[in-house]
Design a protein around this ligand. Sequence first.
Ligand code: UD1
Length: 437
Amino acid sequence: MDKFRITGGRALKGRVSISGAKNSALPCMAAALLSPETVTLHNLPYVRDIITQRRLLEDLGATVLTPELRTHKISASHIELFEAPYDLVRTMRASVLALGPLLTRFGKAKVSLPGGCAIGTRPIDLHLIAFEKLGAEVKLEAGNVIARAPSSGRLIGGEIHFDKVTVTGTENVMMAAALAKGRTVIKNAAQEPEIEDLAELLNKMGARMKGAGTPVIEIEGVEALGGAEHTIIPDRIETGTFIVAAAITGGELEIKSCRPEHITAVIHKLREAGVEIEELNQSTLYVRRSNGGLKAKDVTTEPHPDFPTDMQAQYMALMTQAEGESHIVETIFENRFMHASELIRMGADISISGNTATVRGKTKLMGAKIIASDLRASASLVLAALCAEGETLIDRVYHIDRGYETIVRKFRSLGADIQRISESIAIAADAAEAHTK
Ligand code: UD1
């Protein structure tokens, strides 16, 4: 397993461009399954999850051409398999996004249940209840979800009220309802920018939906969808991560190709905490830590448009460098504080009680050997290491490869001392170290 070796203490300076949003790219790729015509997607981030999603589409029978690194031309004219197998769902939960498109276009779909993951149980019960509301028969068999459309072969529009806001659940239902017979209304829908991006693509393909980005989405089902060309929105979580990187290292960054309006809650909170964030134009931010230093500010994660759970870990790393005590409340996922124990090993003063982390700052962080546990936790550990004294070795960085494009290259271009050590070299280095002890 690859590791990162980071020597902290350098203020990051320079310009960085934000990549396409992984969480928008994944549903948009799945949406290509809805049509026999080609869907061309631009600005896909070059990250592991996109490669996994591509593999899933190809396993199902789709053809994926890559005329350029970040462009996929997906043609699902000959789908032969209607199943997302366990080995893919296990590595990437978002493969459940194949369920809605397969079920609605072909009348059948089988997806392995995602099961537990590092940040909690993450069930898909709400997706399944919604499919049943659209007339599907849903069975659980040997760890798989097997869904079938009614005997007419087509799902039937209906009213769906999600008990809890679910992002991929909303996306799955939007895709399923796009080809259902009649009208579907999704209430308590997720409002994330990725939902709007997916709706934009679906409407370009010929779907008839409105209200994406609000809690109520209305969809008038159509009989068939066509091809389309679409550019994925910039990654708001990567944007937030670089804002924190500037602040935590006391540096100055120009962050380009981003959409500040997608992270207003993050920008607002970070400004309160003493980060200077200026919108140079609609797609560029200038960020630095204000002269007064960082102040502790409480935060609670909530569905969009509030503070995203995917920025919680990075915010915790930042709060270790703020004066005072901050409370971080995680309301979306249980068990999403695993980065805390690693930050504590680096010298942070953090205690956890239920879904609240209390961070007492400012603490000096020291380099250590630490382990990444999930995608956003790894980002927070990289941020902590960038401001720590001495060398940090982060293990299991495959988590970060799932969602951050060329992170090592991006940080190095800003002056960070960060290196990827591939497995064989890491083993040799460990052996040499053991030998000298
Ligand atoms: C998506 C994002 C992920 C982000 C999360 C919350 C993608 C690919 N991933 O994940 O990065 O952290 O939104 O913003 O877009 N739940 C149920 N039953 C369900 C579905 C969800 O109980 O059927 C619960 C979950 O366990 C969780 C909450 O609802 O507690 C929100 O989950 P959800 O919005 O579905 O997260 P994902 O779509 O998996």
